[in-house]
Design a protein around this ligand. Structure first.
Ligand SMILES: NC(=O)C1=CN([C@@H]2O[C@H](COP(=O)(O)OP(=O)(O)OC[C@H]3O[C@@H](n4cnc5c(N)ncnc54)[C@H](OP(=O)(O)O)[C@@H]3O)[C@@H](O)[C@H]2O)C=CC1
Ligand SMILES: CC(C)=CCC[C@@H](C)[C@H]1CC=C2C3=C(CC[C@@]21C)[C@@]1(C)CC[C@H](O)C(C)(C)[C@@H]1CC3
Length: 420
C-alpha cells in the first residue's frame, strides 16, 4: 500500500551531478574564507589572490565553538516554546501534513531582549568582529557535522519521506542535496528551524556587532553602516514576520535538508551576507546626504516590489477569491490551480526576484564604488536567482505543461523586463 507513496529515484541531477556537488562542498567554504580574509586586508582587492592565510590552528577556538552552540541552543529553545500559532504544511506524498509552529517573530523579540540585557550588563558585541574567522570556522564545522548526521539519519528514514530532489542513490549527491525531505526529532523540524532562525538572526546580530566595532574605533557609527544595518534588518524582520510563507518555497517542498541548505543557512548567510558591514569597519566610506537618500529610495523600490509580489502570490494561493486579487487575470491549469497573468506576475515571471536583486544593489552601494568586494552579494545573488528561476521554471513546466507554456508566451521576460 505504502509502495505507491515511495519517493521515486531522482533522475535529473542538478548542480552538475555528483562531481558538481563535490566541487561545491569545497568551493562554498573556501569562498567564505577568501571573502573574509580579503576583507581584512588594507586594499581589500579581489585580485590579491590568495589573501594572507592564517595558520589553521588559530581558526579553532573551543570558546567560540561553544558560543556558537549556545546561540543555536537559544534559538532551538525559543522555537520549542509554546508561543505563536501552529499551522499545517503542504500535503506530502503519503497524503499527510506536518505541523509547524509559527513563532520566529516572537523568537526575534525575545532574542532582542536577551541581547539588550547583555549589552546593559556590559557585553561587548564587538567580540564577534574580533573572532569573526574563528566563528566562521566553527559554523563550518557545525554545518559539516550536522550534514553528516542528517545523511546518516536519512539512511534509516522511510522511503516515503525522502526528498524528490535528493534521492539519486549517489551518496555524495544526496549528501549535498539532502536525502530526507523534512528531518525531524519528534516535532522539532530541523530544516524549518535552520532556514530562518540561527542564520538570519545571526546575520542581523553580526551586522550589529560590526556597527558596535565601528563605534568603538571611531566614536560613532557611519551613515553607510547605519544604512546597511537598517536595510538588512528590515529584510530579516520581513522574513520572520512572513514565516508561514516559507512553507511553500522550493527549499521546504522539494529540496532535502543536506549540506547545501545546512551550510547555506548556518554558515553562508551569516558570514557572507554580512560582508558589507564587515567591509565598512576597516574601509570607512563618506556618504553624501543626496547619495544616501538615493540609496534609501532604491532599497524602498526593491522592497516594495519584493513584498507586494510575494504577498500577491501568497494571498492568491491561500484564497483566490480574496478581494485583493479577484481583479487579476488568470489562466487555468490542468491541476485545478490557476496562474496569475496580470499584476506583478504579469509584469515578469519572477517579480519577487527582481525586487530582491534591486535591494541587493542598495545594500552594496553604501560601500562606495572603489571596491568590487562588497558587491560580491549582488553578483552571487543574481547568479543564485537566475539558477533558481531556471529550476523553478523546469518544475512548473512539469507541473502545469501547456498552461505554463501559455504563461511564458503571455509574460515573456523572466526577471528583468525587456532584458531577460
Ligand atoms: N535572500 C536569499 O538568499 C534568497 C531569497 N529568496 C527570495 O525568496 C522568495 C521566494 O522565492 P522562491 O521560493 O524561489 O520562489 P517563488 O516565491 O517565486 O515561488 C515560485 C512558485 O510560485 C508559483 N508561481 C509561479 N508563477 C506563478 C503565477 N504566475 N501565478 C501563481 N503562482 C505562480 C509556482 O508554484 P505553485 O504554482 O505550486 O504555487 C512556483 O513554483 C523570493 O522573494 C526570493 O527573492 C530566494 C532564495 C534566496
Ligand atoms: C549554492 C548555495 C550558495 C546555496 C545556498 C543557498 C542558501 C543560502 C539560500 C537558499 C534559499 C534561501 C532562502 C533564504 C536565505 C538563503 C537561502 C537559505 C531566505 C530565508 C532569506 C529571507 C527571505 O525573505 C526568504 C524567507 C524568502 C528566503 C527563503 C530562501
Amino acid at each position: 500500500m505504502m509502495d505507491r507513496y515511495k519517493t521515486p529515484r531522482t533522475k535529473e541531477l542538478e548542480f552538475g551531478g555528483p562531481l558538481g556537488a563535490m566541487i561545491l562542498i569545497f568551493l562554498m567554504p573556501a569562498t567564505i574564507f577568501y571573502l573574509l580574509l580579503t576583507c581584512r586586508t588594507e586594499q581589500a582587492s579581489v585580485l590579491n589572490f590568495p589573501p594572507p592565510l592564517p595558520p589553521l590552528s588559530t581558526l579553532w577556538s573551543p570558546h567560540t565553538f561553544l558560543l556558537l552552540l549556545a546561540w543555536v541552543g537559544l534559538q532551538a529553545a525559543l522555537y520549542m516554546l509554546p508561543m505563536g500559532k501552529v499551522t499545517e504544511g503542504i500535503v506530502l506524498r503519503d497524503k499527510s501534513r506536518l505541523q509547524y509552529r509559527i513563532n520566529a517573530f516572537h523568537a526575534m523579540g525575545v532574542t532582542a531582549l536577551v541581547v539588550g540585557a547583555g549589552l546593559a550588563a556590559g557585553l561587548r558585541l564587538s567580540y564577534i568582529y574580533d573572532h569573526f574567522l574563528q566563528l566562521a570556522f566553527s559554523a563550518l564545522l557545525l554545518a559539516f557535522g550536522l550534514s553528516f548526521l542528517l545523511y546518516f539519519k536519512s539512511l534509516f528514514a522511510p522511503e516515503t519521506t525522502l526528498a524528490p530532489g535528493g534521492n539519486s542513490g549517489n551518496p555524495i549527491y544526496d549528501f549535498f542535496m539532502g536525502h530526507e525531505l523534512n528531518p525531524r526529532i519528534g516535532s522539532f523540524d530541523l530544516k524549518y528551524f535552520c532556514e530562518l532562525r540561527p542564520g538570519l538572526l545571526g546575520w542581523a546580530l553580526v551586522n550589529m556587532a560590526m556597527l558596535m566595532k565601528e563605534t568603538e574605533l571611531r566614536g560613532s557609527p557611519s551613515l553607510a553602516m547605519l544604512l546597511v544595518n537598517a536595510f538588512q534588518l528590515l529584510y530579516v524582520v520581513d522574513a520572520l514576520w512572513n514565516e508561514e510563507a516559507i512553507l511553500t518555497t522550493m527549499d521546504i517542498v522539494h529540496d532535502g535538508f543536506g549540506f547545501m541548505l545546512v551550510f547555506g543557512d548556518l554558515a553562508w548567510v551569516p558570514f557572507t551576507y554580512s560582508l558589507q558591514a564587515y567591509f565598512l569597519v576597516n574601509h570607512p566610506q563618506k556618504l553624501s546626504l543626496p547619495m544616501a537618500v538615493g540609496i534609501l529610495l532604491l532599497n524602498g523600490l526593491g522592497y516594495c516590489i519584493f513584498r507586494s509580489a510575494n504577498s500577491q502570490k501568497n494571498t492568491f494561493r491561500r484564497n483566490p477569491n480574496d478581494p485583493r486579487v479577484t481583479g487579476l487575470k488568470t489562466i487555468p491549469t490542468a491541476t485545478g490551480r490557476r496562474l496569475l497573468v496580470s499584476g506583478w506576475w504579469g509584469f515578469v515571471r519572477h517579480p519577487n526576484y527582481l525586487g530582491d536583486i534591486i535591494m541587493a544593489l542598495a545594500w552594496s552601494l553604501p560601500c562606495g564604488l572603489t571596491h568590487v568586494l562588497p558587491y560580491f552579494y549582488v553578483f552571487y545573488f543574481t547568479v543564485l536567482l537566475i539558477h533558481r528561476e531556471a529550476r523553478d521554471e523546469h518544475q512548473c513546466l512539469r507541473k502545469y505543461g501547456l498552461a505554463w507554456q501559455e504563461y511564458c508566451r503571455r509574460v515573456p521576460y523572466r526577471i528583468f523586463p525587456y532584458l531577460y
